[in-house]
Design a protein around this ligand. Structure first.
Ligand SMILES: Nc1ncnc2c1ncn2[C@@H]1O[C@H](COP(=O)(O)OP(=O)(O)O)[C@@H](O)[C@H]1O
Ligand SMILES: [Mg+2]
Length: 241
């Protein structure tokens, strides 16, 4: 496996005196798709917030591409990481305007040919000038994903990006994630409730449980020969979550 993009050591996050995340060690490799699964409240979204520098960890060290992530980490570094949330906030403007937004913030322009290519790829060519609030949930999520990806982040963090979407939308979104990973080497951390999705597209899968990393393994091994009883129970669907 290639070099690390993130290295976490003894990272803890504490809210109101309660430790919700306690990760002794985690390495995320450049160019991998890492799925993060676990019951509700396990700390998955909290971990993504730390990886996106949205809040500092109470304890421990997070190294991003060799550099310790502090609140002072500069904007150029921060922009190398982008999150797509489960319920994306789109601009109340057209699909096109949303696609152009991220690069616009950086003082760059989305090339016209690229824009058309993205609209086709998203299956949204006919809705290019549609106002975002009128889109279905699946269409909106496709736009949110594309809006993040056009800025070419090195790391894409996805927080349950396909929860409550129908299979056709799930398929389009998974294809885009895989293509960007394969063609641009984009590192992806995918939080998902859908263990089948993890099995379909992740290289490695990690189980987070009550804030602790129980197991991190190659996806096939995670599902077919888990090393921990908690993982086996989770994979069997015995865990209520
Ligand atoms: N800002 C916050 N203040 C207090 N508690 C929080 C905050 N954010 C998350 N929590 C708590 O931390 C735990 C982990 O939450 P979260 O990371 O959202 O879990 P998951 O995404 O795995 O469902 C939960 O018990 C949640 O209530
Ligand atoms: Mg969450």
């Amino acid at each position: 496996m290639s070099e690390p993009i993130f290295e976490l050591e003894q990272v803890q996050q504490v809210y109101d005196g309660r430790t919700v995340l306690d990760i002794s060690q985690l390495t995320i490799h450049k160019g991998e798709i890492l799925a993060l699964v676990g019951p509700s409240g396990a700390g998955k979204s909290t971990l993504l917030r730390l990886l996106n520098f949205l809040e500092p960890a109470c304890k421990g060290t997070i190294r991003f591409d060799g550099q310790v992530a502090t609140p002072e980490l500069d904007l150029v570094q921060r922009r190398r990481v982008t999150t797509v949330f489960q319920r994306p906030l789109l601009l109340q403007r057209s699909v096109r305007a949303n696609l152009r937004y991220g690069l616009g913030l950086r003082g760059q322009k989305l090339a016209e040919a690229k824009e058309e290519e993205w609209l086709a790829r998203l299956g949204l060519a006919e809705l290019a000038d549609q106002a975002a609030p009128k889109l279905s949930a699946g269409e909106a999520q496709r736009v949110a994903l594309a809006r993040a990806v056009v800025t070419q982040p090195d790391v894409l963090l996805l927080d349950e990006p396909t929860a409550n979407l129908d299979p056709s939308n799930v398929g389009i979104i998974e294809s885009i994630i895989q293509e960007e990973n394969q063609c641009s080497g984009m590192t992806v951390v995918l939080v998902t409730h859908n263990i089948f999705q993890a099995r379909r597209i992740a290289h490695r899968t990690a189980l987070l449980w009550a804030g602790e990393l129980i197991e991190v393994a190659e996806t096939e091994q995670f599902f077919s020969a888990p090393g921990r009883e908690e993982t086996a129970a989770f994979v069997r669907g015995d865990t209520v979550y």
